[in-house]
Ligand binder design. Structure first.
Ligand code: ATP
Ligand code: MG
Length: 389
């Protein structure tokens, strides 16, 4: 081959290496970098000048650096084309210290100066991220299916129970009337009525949980619902519980089911009141909130945008991390048997989900709890439904 056609071949080879989609780097017999392409510069954040002549270990996370010269020796002892670190998760270390998951193919090249190695480095962070996302989605789906099964079951039972309780209540009320001349027997009938009413409340929770009631929706003014619940609760809570309401001016109505909203406020405020058994503060607030991307990313139910936020805060016992993690599970309760059913928060969570909203629990043991419900603002909710339909 003539000198000039040699040069042409070399130019073409250089161009091919340079524009290869994989990072290509070559190391000499001592493991020093002698060639890199553009993708290596991009992937690791170093310039070519910073890399050439340096030990290849500079691209490897600290924890693997020490072992790497041994691996290199092993490769020289049995040089053949192969994947590096088969079966292990490999990472490259960028100049800024960030680790990138990679796959590396190794090719030995015999040269007069000893055995050189070409490493082809592929950035697999997008694939890893997609795999992780897939796992998260599968887990969420599994959780949703589990909840749905429990919901269907609970809903079925609750429905039948509701009829039974209706009969008990009806007859007990008749009995109470008929026993007007027998005060003691009349008292007993009253007890039956009270117990049946408690049962009916429970059944209502179950029905709400299975979402069989949650149908009619319209624009709902959250502050109005909060005031209603405030009045109901104020009368029933001991005076040592200081209950307050703060509604920001101009909060937009949310597209919701008024009964469901009522239930949310009731369940959250009841929990908060239970958390301050010997007195404390419970504050119910309604605000407009813009959720930013980093915050949204931390909660799979949230997306960046405007929300109407309903929050209930108390300065009570608080929850440890394990309780926070399990609090929205149906039937999870830390209350003594016969007092809590463990449905309160799961109902709230279910309602929030069916409204395209999100639930957030923040709690510190000994300091208190804030539970936040994010309702998508009306126009956003409409847009979302249109795109997901
Ligand atoms: N504000 C709060 N402060 C401290 N712990 C709370 C608070 N809210 C909920 N929890 C914890 O979460 C658990 C589950 O709450 P959830 O409302 O679902 O059920 P419950 O209150 O135990 O029973 P139910 O509401 O059905 O009567 C509670 O048992 C409690 O441990
Ligand atoms: Mg509760």
């Amino acid at each position: 081959m003539s000198e000039s056609s040699n040069r042409t071949v070399e130019t073409r080879l250089r161009a091919a290496v340079e524009s290869a989609p994989s990072g290509l780097l070559m190391t000499d017999a001592d493991g020093r970098i002698v060639l890199v392409n553009r993708e290596v510069e991009r992937l690791f954040g170093y310039s070519r000048e910073e890399l050439l002549g340096q030990p290849v270990e500079m691209l490897i996370p600290m924890r693997d650096r020490e072992r790497h010269p041994d691996y290199r020796r092993g490769f020289r002892g049995d040089p053949r084309v192969r994947a590096m670190g088969a079966g292990r998760d490999l990472h490259g270390r960028r100049k800024d210290g960030v680790e990138v998951p990679v796959e590396v193919g190794l090719t030995p090249v015999a040269t007069p100066e000893g055995l050189f190695v070409i490493g082809a480095v592929v950035d697999i962070s997008a694939r890893k991220e997609a795999e992780a996302e897939q796992r998260r989605t599968a887990e969420q789906l599994r959780q949703a299916q589990k909840l749905e099964a429990v919901g269907t079951l609970a809903g079925g039972i609750a429905h039948d129970f509701n009829n039974v309780l209706g009969a008990i209540l009806g007859y007990a009320e008749l009995l109470e009337l008929e026993l007007s001349d027998l005060p003691i027997a009349r008292e007993d009938a009253r007890e039956i009525i009270v117990a049946a009413q408690r049962g009916r409340d429970l059944v209502q929770q179950l029905l709400a949980f299975s979402r069989q009631q949650d149908t009619a929706r319209g624009p709902v003014e959250v502050p109005a619902i909060v005031t209603e619940v405030y009045q109901l609760l104020r009368a029933s809570l001991p005076s040592s519980v200081h209950l307050s309401v703060e509604s920001e001016d101009g909060v937009e109505p949310v597209l919701a089911n008024a009964t469901s909203l009522h239930r949310i406020v009731m369940n959250l405020a009841t929990n908060a009141a239970h958390a301050v058994p010997s007195g404390g503060d419970v504050c119910i607030r309604v605000q407009r909130r813009f959720v930013q991307e980093p915050h949204a990313r931390a909660n799979p139910e949230l997306r960046e945008g405007w929300y109407t936020m309903l929050s209930v805060r108390d300065n009570g016992s608080g929850m440890n991390a394990e309780t926070v993690a399990r609090a929205r599970e149906p039937f999870f309760t830390t209350k003594p048997q016969g007092t809590g059913t463990g449905l309160g928060l799961s109902v709230v969570h279910g309602i929030m989900q069916s409204h395209g909203g999100a639930l957030e629990i923040e709690s510190t043991v000994g300091a208190g709890t804030e539970v936040r419900c994010y309702f998508p603002q009306l126009n956003t909710a409409g847009a979302e439904r249109a795109t997901s339909a």
